[in-house]
Design a protein around this ligand. Sequence first.
Ligand code: ADP
Ligand code: MG
Length: 439
Amino acid sequence: MSAIHRALKTHFGFDQFRSQQQEDAVNAVIKGDRDVFVLMPTGAGKSLCYQLPALVASGITLVISPLIALIQDQVEHLKALNVPARSINSKLPPAERRQILADLESESPRLKLLYITPEMVASPSFQPCLSSLCARGLLAYLAVDEAHCVSQWGHDFRPDYLKLGDLRSRLQGVPCVALTATAPKRVQQDIERSLKLRSPLVFATPVFRKNLKYDVIFRDLLPDPYVHLLAFAKEALGGNTAEKGCGIVYCRTRESCEEVAHKLTKLGIPAKPYHAGLKVGDRTDSQTDWMTDKVPVIVATISFGMGVDKANVRFVVHWNLAKSLASYYQESGRAGRDGLPSSCRIYYSPKDRDQLNFLIRKEIGRKQEKRGSEKEQDKAPLMDFEAMVAFCEQEGCRHATISQFFGNPKPNCAGACDFCRDPKLVRAQLARAAALSTR
Ligand code: ADP
Ligand code: MG
């Protein structure tokens, strides 16, 4: 067993790395000669990519994280593992704060991981400590978690994250590890620039998942969309015999959740709605019945799915368009977690597109009015939405569109999307849709 595997076992109790990317990232961080950029989905185990190196390095790793609640979770978790981790934040009792600072000022501090918010790292009260650590060469790494917060193009921009560029400049020679979930290319570029990452080594979970089959159906061209949906669901669920499969249909409104669930059930596939308008008990019942395979299909608004990790989801349908290509990738990605063939379909309608477009523009307008000025980055939601629309309306490989949006190279689709399977059919559908819209 290598030293690093031993450390993984002793400190965290894990027998192996979660993925090759996790192992490679850990090794690259330990090597310490380059900055490292980690792009992996939520739950993939990004924290370990700096926590394990922090424990085997001499010195202290400074971890930036956006929220005190997130920090407290992590620190509690690490304390339970007997890892010397603490956080300095505005909620800390003064006595504890003094104790931590005393340790940091001692000749050989015990602390391995110091968690801190970006505003705290920039606050005057922390500067003497930071300068002293830096001057004594006691900083092993700078880890910036949730690094997308630095990007004004991201969905979670925090102005204080911009101060991290200055911090970076002060910590000459300290390697930086930036971590975020799979992010659009635009956001990745912002992160690299703002955190002054010098040609970082990138460790990313590949965006392309070859077991997912993507297609787009223009809903308005169908004589009966529900019958069409039924046939699709039947085929997706019927394919595998041993395992019971299930599916998710996403709708934008509560009414369409009810409607679609009702129709599917009537046509022969039991389906239950899930949305914020249901009584809590009914909503929980829907989820439980679906989770336990009592009801194969759940028809839900996007509030459903956060933290739901079910392996045997054979299909994800979007009855209405998602608000961005990034959200679509995440939502449709709930299919096929077990690696078996699964289908992701959008029932596209230009009417949906126009409605969403209107809502997004209204939201942007409201934001600008509140602020009293306009910013280039206000357009971000609209650009993300336009990427979603292009995915549906363009002639091209669907997998390639997604991969390129996230800055990955073009994958080998090999017939895993409708365009690569039969481009003529996709073209014919687009032509019929165009004819319909000009009538
Ligand atoms: P992320 O930040 O990527 O969303 P976390 O770092 O919070 O993910 O890790 C998610 C979960 O995975 C945690 O419960 C963590 O303990 C667990 N985990 C991380 N690495 C491994 C591993 N090598 N083996 C098993 N579990 C792991
Ligand atoms: Mg995380």
